[in-house]
Design a binder for this molecule. Structure first.
Ligand SMILES: *[C@@H]1O[C@H](CO)[C@@H](O)[C@H](O)[C@H]1NC(C)=O
Ligand SMILES: *[C@@H]1O[C@H](CO)[C@@H](O)[C@H](O)[C@H]1NC(C)=O
Ligand SMILES: *[C@@H]1O[C@H](CO)[C@@H](O)[C@H](O)[C@H]1NC(C)=O
Ligand SMILES: [Zn+2]
Length: 381
């Protein structure tokens, strides 16, 4: 996670915090949408629902032309340009947020060459975006001071992909109660519901990166404006990044044939499909393990894959980070020898499992845990 102060000279890089100082805990614990609103308070851009640039003529939520086109190879390539004033750390932060889309969905963000429609990612005044593809160069504002959080960047990119806030769904009243009595009249439009939203036949997601936090736009301290029903204690909002349902929704809207899972508990397990029965041919699955502020440690308990020279057939590969361009922790591995345990350098690890068209076996099972780490800091220069 990167925190960029307003003062360009001071860049605070904070990794794997085990016992963060109170202010940082607050920052870490803050809902993504709260972070966005704090920054946008001072924005001169006219925004709806806190961070969406209104479109002149927008007919419906289901507009087909809002989607970015898919290439014949199944990849949706979205060209982008970055603000030339971004420094190395900003660029790295934005690339990391983008890399998760690439690892988990068929959305690829590619540097613009001459494409007509593209994202112009700039440090304008706030964290905001249009909804869907507008045509031509469209701005996604990721301000240096305030918006440089993976979840915030992903939230704004998801708007540009054509996603609205989760609680604007047509079926939201079955899942949350809007507490109008704590919402000032001027903020009421920010809670509007879109009767014709495209819900993709996927469940309502309290932990979507696109969900407001419970106190969003409240006019009375301590009073929530959005309360989950029937169980008001369900956590709403996100702090880390995309949820499994966010990923599923992108894959469904864009017809991505992807098999991807985010594992974000403090510990858990993963296994190949059908395990302990044989896995299928021609599969391509990834698991993104995202623990909170601790290093990920992975231990294989069972391992039985087709054995080929250099593992060019079926294999497991593990990356030190959230994308396939991250450093490799465990190179292509196959056969029946259980690999040694692996520890990532951060709270992110990506496990890839590829199978070819011939021979299967029982597959693998592994467990992950979050291990304590030293707090590391590099401040000032
Ligand atoms: C909060 O909003 C409610 C509903 O719009 C309004 O009746 C109330 O006066 C507002 N309270 C404050 C402190 O502005
Ligand atoms: C996905 O597939 C459906 C049905 O085949 C099609 O109607 C839709 O336009 C496709 N969506 C995209 C983004 O290509
Ligand atoms: C399952 O995998 C084993 C190798 O581990 C193989 O011998 C067996 O034929 C496979 N069974 C099926 C039904 O494919
Ligand atoms: Zn938003």
């Amino acid at each position: 996670m990167y925190i960029f102060s307003g003062n360009e000279k001071v860049i605070l890089l904070c990794f794997c915090t085990e016992s963060p100082s109170p202010t940082e805990t607050d920052e870490e614990d803050e809902d993504i949408f709260n972070k966005i609103l704090k920054v946008n308070k001072d924005s001169s851009q006219f925004l709806q629902e806190g961070d969406i640039v209104p479109r002149r003529s927008r007919s419906a939520i289901n507009c087909r032309h809002c989607n970015w086109p898919q290439s014949s190879d199944g990849i949706v390539r979205i060209p982008y340009e970055l603000d030339p004033t971004y420094e190395e750390g900003h660029v790295k932060g934005i690339h990391e947020a983008m890399a998760e889309f690439e690892a988990l969905t068929c959305i690829n963000f590619v540097k613009r060459k001459t494409e007509r429609d593209y994202l112009s990612i700039r440090s304008a005044d706030g964290c905001w975006s249009n909804y869907g593809k507008v045509g031509g160069g469209q701005t996604v504002s990721v301000m240096k001071a305030g918006c440089m959080w993976k979840g915030v960047i992903q939230h704004e990119l998801e708007h540009a992909l054509g996603f609205l806030h989760e609680h604007s769904r047509s079926d939201r009243d079955k899942h949350v109660k809007i507490m109008w009595e704590y919402i000032s009249p001027a903020d009421r439009p920010d809670f509007r519901k879109f009767e014709n939203s495209n819900n993709l036949d996927l469940p309502y997601d309290y932990s979507s990166v696109m969900h407001y936090g419970p106190y969003t736009f409240t006019n009375t301290t301590g009073k929530a404006t959005i309360v989950p029903i029937p169980d008001g204690s369900v956590h709403i909002g996100q702090r880390q990044g995309m949820s499994n349902l966010d990923v599923a929704k992108i894959n469904k809207l864009y017809n991505c044939s992807r098999c991807s899972t985010i594992l974000d508990g403090p510990s858990g397990s993963l296994r190949s499909a059908n395990y302990p029965r044989n896995y299928s041919d021609n599969t391509n699955c990834v698991w993104l393990i995202r623990t909170r502020g601790k290093k990920v440690s992975l231990h294989f308990q069972a391992f039985q894959l087709q054995k080929t020279t250099s593992c060019q057939g079926d294999y497991v590969k593990v990356y030190d980070g959230s994308s396939k361009s991250s450093p490799v922790l465990l190179d292509k591995t196959c056969g029946s020898k259980i690999p040694n345990g692996i520890v990532a350098s951060s709270n992110l690890m990506l496990v890839e499992f590829i199978t070819d068209g011939a021979h299967t076996a029982s597959g693998f099972q592994a467990i992950f845990t979050a291990v304590r780490t030293q707090r590391r800091f590099s401040i000032h220069n």
